[in-house]
Ligand binder design. Sequence first.
Ligand code: B12
Length: 367
Amino acid sequence: MKNMIADIAKKIGIDVIGFTDVVNYSYLQELLVSRKNKGLNSEFEEQNIIKRLDARNILPGCKSIIAIALPYAEGYKKVIAPYKGLLSVVSYKKDYHKTVNRLLENLAAEMRKHFNFEYSACVDTTPLIDREICKNAGIGQYGKNNLLINENYGSFINLGYLLTDLEIPCADSQAVNICNDCAICIKSCPNNAIMEGGIIDATKCVSALTQTKKYIPVDYRINMKNQIYGCDMCQIVCPKNKKILDKETNEDYKSLELDLEELLKISNAEFEQKYGSMSGSWRGKNVWKRNALISIANLKLVSLFEDVQNELDNPSDMIKIYACWALMELDSKKAADILNKRYDYENDIIKCEILKLLEDYYDSRNM
Ligand code: B12
């Protein structure tokens, strides 16, 4: 049955496929609880751990899982764009949720010509833990950077699977240490977010910071450099990805470089039209705009001072907080004058932010 499904998959363009009959993950409960108790989890995952521990919470009759991986980033070279914002390569072209989901639906439709079965297609957004399921299915092994690494395609793969009520007996794949002594990803992570034992501190991971709507501490902002969505650092440096990144390609990754001035001025409708089909746009325009302000500050784009200053009139407190900070980073003397003048007219949240910035400024000048 497995061979037959793999053949069908190949015909519809699925190159990486695996099978697992593990549907209960209570063996991960301790790890998930301890991670949560230490505050290392992200706001982008299901907070109710029990819901994460059994595929039958989604498909009650689930007996086996057919996992697939969709490779991306062939021939990708991280661009050194000194005046631009950057999107992670996972956001290149069409949203992978749709692409992987379409492959899974096609696979199920073809399989139904041969077998009668129930299924549920899952890509990223269910409570289940995609990497563990796909590791069990033999798609790849964990790297120290937490990513699932496929033998042929490295870690630049998106994961998805069909929960099914088919009985497919499987020899499940066990975790193997494929990194040995290599720790290049740990050393390269800008915010030291990669911890021992397969845990990422999601409060520090640059990818998470580019997506969060929570307050970002100043030190972490600096390490976000010019990232507008996601981060690829722990993957780009990984020796297991060398083969895929070195490949010849006709892809043009230029669309991952963004004009920061344009991002400050873009309307909601233009944003949706230009970037709405990318997976990285899911948090909306203001989060990208916040990250553009951080990038402008980090790249010291002084020529955009006035554009940043205009954002002090933005109705969103989030945008105003980062505009105040960015102005101080671009030209502290000029910014201190502007912020001093505005102080009395701002709400308490912005007042508090301005006060911190001005205190730091006057401290640094010993005034
Ligand atoms: C929340 C989330 C995030 C958060 C938190 C990630 C984290 N590490 O906790 C943030 C925003 C930081 C994030 C970032 C990214 N994400 Co994300 N994310 C998710 C999501 C929705 C849930 C992850 C989760 O539950 N974390 C909780 C922990 C406990 O689970 P886990 O991260 O999968 O870790 C497991 C293993 O890694 C394992 N483990 C790790 N190392 C080791 C080592 C050994 C020896 C063992 C035994 C186990 C082990 O422990 C966990 C349990 O098995 C999943 C989709 C999903 N539903 O699963 C996508 C997912 C993990 N993300 C994905 C991607 C592509 C990314 C980014 C590359 C995007 C980008 N370019 O910015 C980065 C990579 C960051 C990184 N180094 O992990 C892919 C990963 C593909 C892959 N090859 O692994 C997923 C699977 C989405 C998908 N379906 O394609 N993500």
